[in-house]
Design a protein around this ligand. Structure first.
Ligand SMILES: CC(=O)N[C@H](C=O)[C@@H](O)[C@H](O)[C@H](O)COP(=O)(O)O
Length: 232
């Protein structure tokens, strides 16, 4: 196994992706969040945008950085690293791992071609998948990591419980010997432990660590629910 992947074994990847409209969506804040996460013992980082990857790489030369580029396309629901040029710009910005959409949805560039481009660029490949079939396909073509990132975010997986991680998908992939990055709706340290117990190789957490808006809403909603229950 490549050393960069080994570095993530059993560890935490912190996704530092402020919401687009957030006051936290500033390059210096992304770099500060990444540095704080590494200082606190994160095994790696997930960073959106080539410029953010470049700045984080500059600040943290040894960090294992998973780079992605998100785009809102008019003709496809695929958002994460849809183009070959995205792969190139993430690689030249210093990404260690490049993650791309690994779902079966209509797309401008096939999963196979994205994978090849990542390898040509000398990076590790991670497929952000939604289903077991997506994950098996990505692993069979040679991806280094299969993420459960998109479970619940595609039409095919629309029945997924969006208040919890997809532990079933994690275990189904892991049982097939696939190196799984558990990602998506992991909100507590206990969730992260459950993901590893289910067979995940590593765990990525975003919102629960780096999105103040989401965490505030979770707490605020819980308090309001309690007030409503008591009041009613
Ligand atoms: C579905 C999608 O576009 N996921 C994105 C992928 O990079 C991010 O918005 C998520 O924050 C990330 O996957 C981590 O997940 P969570 O924030 O639930 O810990």
């Amino acid at each position: 196994m490549k050393q960069e992947v080994q570095q993530l074994a059993g560890g935490l990847v912190v996704s530092c992706q402020p919401l687009p409209e957030s006051p936290m969506n500033r390059p210096d804040i992304v770099v500060a969040m990444a540095a704080a996460a590494m200082q606190a013992g994160a095994a790696g980082l997930r960073i959106e945008g080539a410029e953010h990857v470049r700045l984080v790489r500059q600040a943290l030369p040894d960090a294992c950085i998973t780079g992605i580029i998100k785009r809102d396309l008019t003709d496809s629901d695929v958002r994460i690293t849809p183009f070959l040029e995205d792969v190139k710009s993430l690689a030249s910005a210093g990404a260690t791992i490049i993650a791309f959409d690994g779902t079966a949805r209509g797309r401008p560039v096939s999963v196979q071609h994205l994978f090849q481009a990542v390898k040509q660029a000398g990076c590790l490949a991670m497929a952000d998948c939604a289903t077991l079939a997506d994950g098996i396909l990505a692993w069979d073509i040679g991806c280094d990591l299969v993420g459960t990132t998109l479970s619940g975010y595609t039409a095919e997986t629309a029945d997924q419980d969006m208040s919890a991680p997809d532990t079933l998908l994690i275990s189904q992939l892991a049982q097939r010997g696939i190196r799984v990055m558990a990602e998506g709706r992991i909100r507590t340290p206990a969730d992260a432990q459950r993901a590893l117990t289910a067979g995940a190789f590593s765990v990525t957490v975003g919102s629960a660590i780096t999105r103040i808006e989401h965490v505030t809403a979770w707490f605020g909603d819980a308090l309001r629910e309690l007030q409503t229950a008591e009041g009613g």
